[in-house]
Design a binder for this molecule. Structure first.
Ligand code: C5P
Length: 403
């Protein structure tokens, strides 16, 4: 997608600089050549060594680097690229650019270039909302400078609002689009089929009563929407959920676990399958064909339960036709990571998204989620964030894993 493209990556001094390491990796995965430039402030957040290692190229840090070694002048360095991306673009860097300053290597390159420039702003919400930043942004837009993000969310400084740097894959998509990447730009899953299960299941007791659970289906719907947004063709197998299914996906509505398994098997093959449904563990074996009546003797009926098929484990154990990536969820209330890691192995899936659903967290039925992604490589805890942000992050990971 970016094969042979030369991207000059200017890293500004903000906490989001760590995400730029991932951006560099992703650009290189797609065949781009990366030339990294660090501002002095950026060196407080990431080391030149890690940047050089990921970029597979030397890091440019000072105007002095260029003149002392007479390897390449700043005009040449800025023009030898197809595109310049500034990530994170701090309030200060944006102010410098808007004012046309050139007092260090980064600002000089930005002033000297004749190539497209893309900013990925990242800063505290108040700095982003300050009139000076808005003025600078308008000036830069008028100058033809492109931007991606920032996104809204909780920030490293503890505040909430717009100011988070766009995710690396969103920046990759913006770079691809700026370079005229065509219709596939920003749609790394275009043409790929993925399957998502969602919602609770209902297990009938009789024609009017059932056993259910409190799953709203919100997280599963958000994951399906995020995968759709990355271009995937999504089969969405859902139990009776409280939230509506997203538009633009193939909805297969089911009620019971048995019907969900049959629908999943019918929807396969898929390249990735995400099992976000809260499937009932048991069904009623002696479900009545007619509405049950109170017994004249006053004895309440006894429900006999049988274990439901484990859909996740069944799919994970498939030989031929197994999705390349099988992702399960683990809702736990104690020792979340340990239980979920054991579950990953027991169920034979590739990843587990674990979360703590203790009532005090307000996660089940709420709008936010705090998850830990467990893979063969280990556990990675994500900050508490809106369920649709969790979904977008997970979808981006899935896209990267499918390559
Ligand atoms: O065993 P537990 O229910 O905690 O596992 C949760 C994971 O397994 C979820 O991904 C859920 O969708 C999946 N699951 C399933 N079929 C079942 C039970 C759970 O697919 N019968």
């Amino acid at each position: 997608m970016l094969g042979g493209r030369r991207i000059l990556v200017i890293i500004g001094g903000g906490i989001a600089a760590y995400k730029t390491l991932d951006l560099i990796r992703r650009l290189r995965e797609r065949g781009a050549t990366v030339t990294p430039v660090l501002t002095r402030a950026a060196e407080e957040f990431v080391t030149p060594l890690s940047v050089a290692a990921l970029a597979g190229a030397r890091v440019w840090r000072h105007l002095f680097d260029l003149t002392a070694e007479a390897e390449m002048g700043h005009i040449e360095l800025s023009r030898a690229a197809d595109l310049l991306v500034v990530a994170p673009a701090t309030a200060d860097l944006m102010a410098k650019m808007a004012g046309g300053h050139a007092d260090d290597l980064a600002s000089t390159l930005l002033l000297a270039t004749d190539k497209p420039v893309l900013l990925a702003p990242a800063m505290n919400v108040r700095m982003w909302q300050h009139a000076a930043t808005a003025r600078n942004l308008a000036r830069l837009a008028a100058d033809g400078i492109l931007t991606v993000g920032p996104e809204e969310g909780s920030m490293a400084c503890g505040e909430f609002g717009p100011g988070r740097m766009a995710e690396p894959l969103a920046i990759v998509a913006a770079i691809t689009a700026a370079l005229g990447g065509g219709p596939l730009a920003g749609r790394p899953l275009a043409g790929r089929h993925v399957l998502v299960t969602s919602g609770p299941t209902h297990e009938p007791i009789d024609p009017v009563r059932f056993i259910a659970n409190r799953s709203s289906g919100a997280q599963g719907a958000a994951i399906a929407a995020a995968l759709r947004d990355l271009g995937a063709r999504v089969s969405f197998v859902t139990g009776p959920a409280a939230v509506p299914p997203p538009a633009g996906v193939t909805v297969i509505a089911v009620e019971t676990a048995a019907a969900m398994l049959a629908a999943v098997e019918a929807a396969l093959p898929a390249e990735a399958a995400v099992f976000a449904a809260a499937v009932a563990d048991w069904r009623v074996v002696n479900a009545a064909g007619k509405k049950m009546k109170k017994d004249a003797s006053g004895r309440p009926p006894v429900l006999e339960l049988a274990e439901n098929p484990d859909i996740l484990a069944t799919v994970a154990a498939m030989g031929a036709g197994r999705p390349k990536l099988v992702v399960g969820f683990a809702a736990e209330t104690t020792d979340v990571v340990a239980h979920a890691a054991a579950k990953r192995v027991r169920k034979g899936c590739d990843w587990i998204v674990a979360n703590d659903v203790s009532p005090a967290t307000g996660i089940m039925g709420g709008t936010e989620n705090a998850v830990t992604l467990i893979t063969a490589a280990g556990a990675e805890s994500w900050p508490r964030m809106a369920k649709d942000r969790v979904a977008r992050e997970l979808a981006a990971r899935i896209a990267a894993a499918l390559g």
